[in-house]
Ligand binder design. Structure first.
Ligand code: IVH
Length: 701
């Protein structure tokens, strides 16, 4: 048995550590340890405090919610405290949570039956839960008076938050005025977050400028919400879903369940997460099974979702039952967060290597001691460029926090300087290309260093061919990275056009290439001769021209000649096309080697399918283009800016077929508000799902 003095010391240490992390996280938006390390420390402290309640310190983080409001903004005192949720990490934790609920409700029934025999026992209502994804953003409170957005605040310390009204008003999905039949006063609570694609684009800009990127979308959302200039917040394209009510005045028809509150919010024009669901079951065992099923289902979708979530939340649906259960200090007893495995882990940098991309860009890559991050073994992480190495202050043998997010290459978030040993080695950025040994140059206005070997560098040859044949480009099935390397190493190909002059016999002589695979490969190469025009433009690998930008170009220029003749001014008139990309396009079409390569492609029989050669007008083109040719779409739920028929017409104009039911052949489900069984089925089948916002963005392309 440990003595009481040592327990006291442990509690003091844990309290101080957690308070320090809270301060860094909530006030300075700095992360010193991964979330799950924090949760572990919190859990340890809580366990000690439960065993020795007399030793709980007044400043214990278990007694309050953390976060101290920043002084720069005015403060707003919440009329009802903004609380937090208890965390569960396993099915056993969920069973315990539910057993406690059942016991409490049984005790409450007993009390009630003694005083009033006619009331329905509370426990009869307990097997109904409302389940929601746990959004990884920032909790905010938005106050509407007579349906008009009056003020908004961060959670702060739970009692008082920062006044962020002006910034909240810039978020496009948050209505300034409610519609429908709302009460005189209503405080809506929910999460402000940044979608992954917005975050990636924002960080890319920061990294390119050699500036410090945000650690994760949550931090980026926090930073964007606390901008002193709300015009800047508006540019950050934040999102929001509501998940709870705060204070409210009398309603015409009283609301009896949490789910009904969310439906009311939706009817007033507020956004609700489409993955929310009601769960009803006959008994405790089936309820728990249904909760865990939801956890697992959302877990499988986690990486494909357009926003970060770190778990799911289970809430007793019936409000009376919620009241009976009440709260313990900082958390409700009627709800719990079931957390997913962390997307961040600690590991060690074994070495740093320098990769050469298709345009010669040199990317330092950290080779890591392999570590399992939420079910995926990670052994590499990108370090982006020299500025990022300097910013992180990273050295070989350092312990680092790495983070994996969807299909983005794992990132090094920070170095654990405290854990450094005496075996550190400096990372030395090379002066020459590790592959072709040509000098590496770094232009003044770029953070990226590049190999100057161009078409002669084998790494650039491999990079170009990989890009040309990839799925989003002309797509050559069966031509994997390994085979491309073998072909380049054997001097069979140097550039994409060489693919079309490959000889069957040469391929058959390569190791592990049988008749079947060679014929299949040649067939796939032949098929790639007729790519869509936008994919062909993307396949050329023009610096910073991604697939979306290639679509824009494809809609405005119908052949290489007209694109070659375009002036910078003309190019910059296109949506999202700035001076840098314009100058990259100009440079590409001035490069004799690139022009020769395009000529050789055409000579080999590559003939991109143009959207509409006879159209002179790009608007005609958008309405009749075949960007979605061969795709089958399903539309479900209510759309707010157009009818389903209008959406279907727009999709048909882009070449898509519309179907009424989800099957494995469905390409994409467009899911509006209150989407039901079709959404469930699409989720189960892992079909691409987009919401109305994403759909509208797609139409802008
Ligand atoms: S309900 C009384 N629902 O998680 C608790 N919270 O640890 C009210 N969060 O501060 C919160 N998604 O920032 C609730 N669907 C969801 C949530 C959610 C994310 C956050 C929220 C809250 C924290 C609790």
């Amino acid at each position: 048995m440990p003595d009481k003095a040592s327990i006291k010391l442990k509690i003091k240490n844990l309290t101080e550590q957690l308070n320090q992390h809270n301060y860094l996280y909530h006030v300075l938006d700095e992360i010193m340890i991964p979330d799950h390390e924090y949760d572990r420390l919190f859990h340890d402290l809580k366990a000690l405090e439960d065993a020795y309640p007399e030793l709980i310190l007044a400043n214990s983080p278990t007694q309050k919610i953390g976060g101290i409001p920043l002084k720069i903004f005015g403060s707003i005192t919440h009329q009802k405290p903004m609380l937090s949720l208890d965390n569960a990490f396993s099915s056993e934790d969920i069973e315990k949570f539910y057993t406690k609920i059942i016991e409490r409700l049984a005790a409450a029934d007993l009390d009630q039956n003694q005083s009033d025999n006619h009331q329905k026992p509370a426990s009869l209502q307990m097997h109904e839960f409302f389940v929601e994804p746990k959004l990884d953003g920032l909790a905010v409170s938005i106050f509407y008076e007579h349906g008009v957005l009056k003020h908004a605040a961060t959670r702060g310390d739970g009692q008082t938050g920062e006044d962020i009204t002006e910034n909240i008003k810039t978020i496009s999905v948050i209505p300034l005025v409610l519609k429908g039949d709302f009460p005189e006063i209503v405080e809506v609570r929910g999460e402000v977050f940044m979608k992954k694609d917005t975050f990636n684009a924002l960080n890319k800009q920061y990294i390119k400028k050699g500036e410090k990127p945000f650690a994760n979308p949550r931090n980026a959302a926090a930073g964007s919400l606390r901008m002193l200039d709300s015009k800047e917040t508006a540019r950050r394209n934040l999102s929001f879903f509501c998940y709870a009510v705060g204070v409210f005045s009398d309603l015409k028809n009283p609301i009896t369940t949490h789910g009904k509150w969310l439906s009311a919010f939706a009817s007033w024009g507020l956004p609700i997460c489409p993955l929310n669901k009601k769960i009803e079951a006959a008994d405790a065992q089936t309820t728990i099974a249904a909760l865990i099923d939801y956890y697992e289902l959302i877990g499988t979708q986690r990486e494909q979702l357009p926003f970060d979530i770190d778990g799911v939340v289970y809430k007793i649906n019936d409000l009376k039952t919620q009241d009976i259960l009440g709260f313990i200090s900082r958390t409700p007893r009627f709800a719990i967060a079931h957390k997913f495995p962390a997307m961040e882990e600690i590991t060690r940098v074994l070495d740093v290597e320098f990769q050469v991309g298709k345009t010669g860009a040199i990317t330092p890559v950290a080779r890591l001691e392999p570590v399992n991050v939420a079910g995926v073994m990670v052994s590499n992480a990108t370090l982006h460029n020299l500025d990022e190495i300097k910013r992180l202050g990273i050295k070989i043998n350092d312990q680092v926090i790495i983070r994996r997010a969807g299909d983005v290459i794992p990132q090094v978030m920070r170095v654990l300087v405290d854990k450094r040993g005496d075996n550190l080695r400096e990372i030395i950025f090379p002066n020459n290309c590790p592959i072709c040994h040509s000098p590496i140059e770094r232009l003044d206005d770029e953070a990226t260093a590049r190999c100057t070997g161009g078409f002669n560098c084998k790494a650039q040859q491999i990079g170009m061919i990989k890009h040309y044949s990839s799925r989003k480009s002309v797509e050559i099935d069966g031509l994997g990275d390994k085979l491309i390397t073998v072909l380049v190493e054997n001097n069979l190909i140097k550039a994409p056009d060489d693919l079309y002059t490959l000889v069957r016999q040469e391929l058959l002589e390569l190791p592990r290439m049988g008749v079947k695979s060679v014929d299949k490969l040649l067939e796939a190469i032949e098929k790639s001769k007729t790519p869509q025009w936008d994919r062909f433009l993307y396949a050329l690998g023009i610096r910073e021209v991604g697939d979306a930008m290639a679509r824009t170009l494809a809609l405005h220029y119908f052949d290489i000649e007209s694109l070659k003749l375009a002036s910078t001014e003309e190019l910059q008139a296109l949506p999202d096309l700035g001076p840098k990309i314009a100058s990259n396009i100009m440079a590409f079409f001035k490069d004799e080697r690139q022009l020769k390569m395009i000529e050789a492609l055409f000579a080999a029989g590559v003939a991109p399918i143009k959207p509409l050669l006879n159209s002179q007008n790009s608007e005609d083109l958008t309405s009749q283009s075949n960007l979605l040719n061969g795709q089958t779409w399903v539309i479900t739920g209510a759309l707010s800016t157009l009818t389903r028929d209008q959406a279907a017409e727009k999709l048909r104009n882009l070449g898509a077929k519309i179907s009424n039911s989800i099957s494995k052949n469905t390409s994409t489900l467009l899911a509006g508000e209150k989407a039901g069984s079709k959404l469930d089925k699409a989720q189960k089948l892992g079909i691409n799902i987009i919401d109305e916002d994403q759909f509208l963005k797609m139409l802008e392309i």
